[in-house]
Design a protein around this ligand. Structure first.
Ligand SMILES: Cc1cc2nc3c(=O)[nH]c(=O)nc-3n(C[C@H](O)[C@H](O)[C@H](O)COP(=O)(O)O)c2cc1C
Length: 220
């Protein structure tokens, strides 16, 4: 059975039945709380195989999507395209710093070879057939898709990381990835085998980002 078939068969399911809920909750919490950012330079072979990658993108496809407009896409960067991406990174550095040394340019090129699996995440803005769905909502959908993808890779034991950086909006990168004028490159997603563990960062206390609406204080 392919990954697509096994995931599609899940569509018949609703939430886990009562007896299984604690197990699912524990699994979800473990995955969510132990995922962590790993720099692509720390991600090595083996990377995910074709069946795993298909499963990760099926997970991405389960992201919330207001209007079901699919406002994002991913472009995989295979091994034989890494050198071209490296040139884009080097060119972007030259444009920022005309005095960049050969060593710095070589380092910029080398960054494109890090991580066995790399894909560019791209979002489409409102200048399409769905102007009623603002960019903020499209980016949330993409963020959820990326998180689904990262958690799926994490469940398989892979490390992962997101990288953006100063080359993202350069004409060279837009040309290399054939971005449409209404598209924006958001970040690269890298997946691979981590060289070693890293402590999981302390997460912010919900008290820092949760409040309760108090209508008595409202002046509406
Ligand atoms: C859109 C996006 C772009 C990111 N780009 C970078 C980056 O260029 N370099 C980097 O070190 N981390 C990048 N990150 C990852 C964050 O640094 C990381 O998620 C944060 O430090 C929290 O760590 P954690 O994911 O382990 O909780 C990016 C994250 C997002 C959402």
């Amino acid at each position: 059975m392919s990954a697509a078939q096994s995931v599609i068969s899940l569509q018949d399911r609703t939430a886990p039945d009562v007896a299984a809920r604690p197990v699912y909750a524990e699994l979800a919490a473990t995955l969510i709380h132990t995922r962590q950012q790993l720099a692509p330079r720390r991600l090595f072979n083996p990377g995910p195989d074709a069946v795993q990658i298909e499963r990760y993108f099926l997970a991405a496809a389960a992201a919330p999507d207001h209007g079901q407009i699919l406002p994002w896409r991913f472009v995989i960067v295979p091994a034989d395209s890494r050198a071209a991406l490296g040139e884009v990174f080097a060119q972007a550095l030259k444009e920022r710093d005309a005095s960049a040394s050969e060593k710095e340019l070589a380092e910029a090129r080398e960054k494109a070879h890090r991580g066995p699996f790399v894909a560019l995440a791209v979002v489409r803005n409102e200048a399409d057939d769905h102007p009623e769905i603002p960019l903020a909502e499209r980016l949330i959908s993409l963020g959820c898709a990326i998180q689904n993808l990262l958690l799926s890779a994490h469940a398989d034991g892979f490390g992962s990381g997101l990288v953006s950086g100063q080359a993202m909006q350069t004409p060279g990168l837009r040309r290399l990835f054939s971005l449409h004028e209404n598209e924006l490159a958001v970040c690269f997603v890298a997946i691979g085998t981590a060289d070693r563990g890293k402590y999981v960062r302390p997460r912010p206390d919900p008290a820092l980002f949760v409040s309760v609406l108090n209508c008595e204080n409202s002046h509406a």
